[in-house]
Design a protein around this ligand. Structure first.
Ligand SMILES: [Zn+2]
Ligand SMILES: [Zn+2]
Length: 253
């Protein structure tokens, strides 16, 4: 299995990062995509990918960090993207739940990332929370379908999911699918085409229900895969095969 979205650079892994990566492998998670959230974490992601065969990196500025970013950070991100183990641009997107950066600033940074991904020929890692309509509008206006990508940790409606799929994007699900109150997520997971589905942990955040509230790590991915397999009524081995192939198609490895 492949954990398509984790934050291995996070300080919560400082004590035992090598052990976390080893445990993932022992649990059958043979690849981890570690996702950059700003210039510093993008640099760290690239460093972790260079040092660990199983780890790949993405580089980008999270909507939360859009306002804090320096004017030339996007250029530095584009430069980092040239590293051979960088497989996507992001995470980028829109988060109107927290609005840590003003929506207009998030929007501008998001558009820049979509253009960057198209120019570089890399897919996008997109974060969306309570911003489905604006997200789809930007993706359409910026012809994001040419780059392709994934909307990660998806918690939106089936209508928004349909719009994302129409653009040729994938949808990734994590531990939220195991939460008792996540009926809408389960409905979308049960409904979407299997060849567009990806699995992720979003470590260290959003541990699945069995570990809820604790630090999440990529070794927990099998708990998520099990819940998704049950919703899809497929064998866990079959789900792993399909989602591995989906990740390979998206990240082109
Ligand atoms: Zn995110
Ligand atoms: Zn993330």
């Amino acid at each position: 299995m492949i954990d398509t979205h984790a934050h291995l650079d996070h300080p919560r892994f400082d004590e035992d990062r090598a052990e976390v990566i080893r445990r993932a492998g022992a649990a059958g998670v043979f690849r981890i995509v570690t996702v950059g959230c700003d210039l510093k974490s993008s640099r760290e992601a690239v460093g972790l990918a260079a040092a660990n065969e199983a780890v790949f990196a993405t580089v980008g500025i999270h909507p939360h960090e859009a306002e804090a970013a320096a004017a030339d950070d996007p250029e530095m991100i584009a430069e980092l993207a040239g590293n051979p183990k960088v497989v996507a641009v992001g995470e980028t997107g829109l988060d109107y739940h927290y609005n840590f950066s003003p929506p207009a600033v998030q929007m501008d940074m998001f558009r820049r990332h979509v253009r960057m991904a198209r120019t570089l020929g890399l897919p996008l890692i997109v974060h969306e929370r309570e911003a489905g309509e604006d997200l789809l509008r930007v993706l359409r206006e910026e012809s994001a379908g040419e780059a392709g990508g994934v909307v990660h940790c998806f918690t939106g409606s089936r209508d928004v999911a349909a719009g994302i799929l129409e653009l040729g994007f994938h949808i990734s699900v994590g531990g939220v699918v195991t939460f008792p109150n996540a009926a809408q997520v389960r409905e979308v997971v049960a409904w979407l085409p299997l060849d567009r589905l990806l699995l992720e942990t979003d470590s260290p955040y959003l541990a699945p229900q069995v570990q809820r509230g604790k630090r999440n790590e990529p070794a927990n991915l099998p708990h998520i895969a099990e819940a998704v397999a049950a919703l899809r009524q497929v064998e866990p081995e079959r789900l792993a095969e399909v989602t591995d192939a989906n990740a390979a198609a998206l990240f082109r490895w």
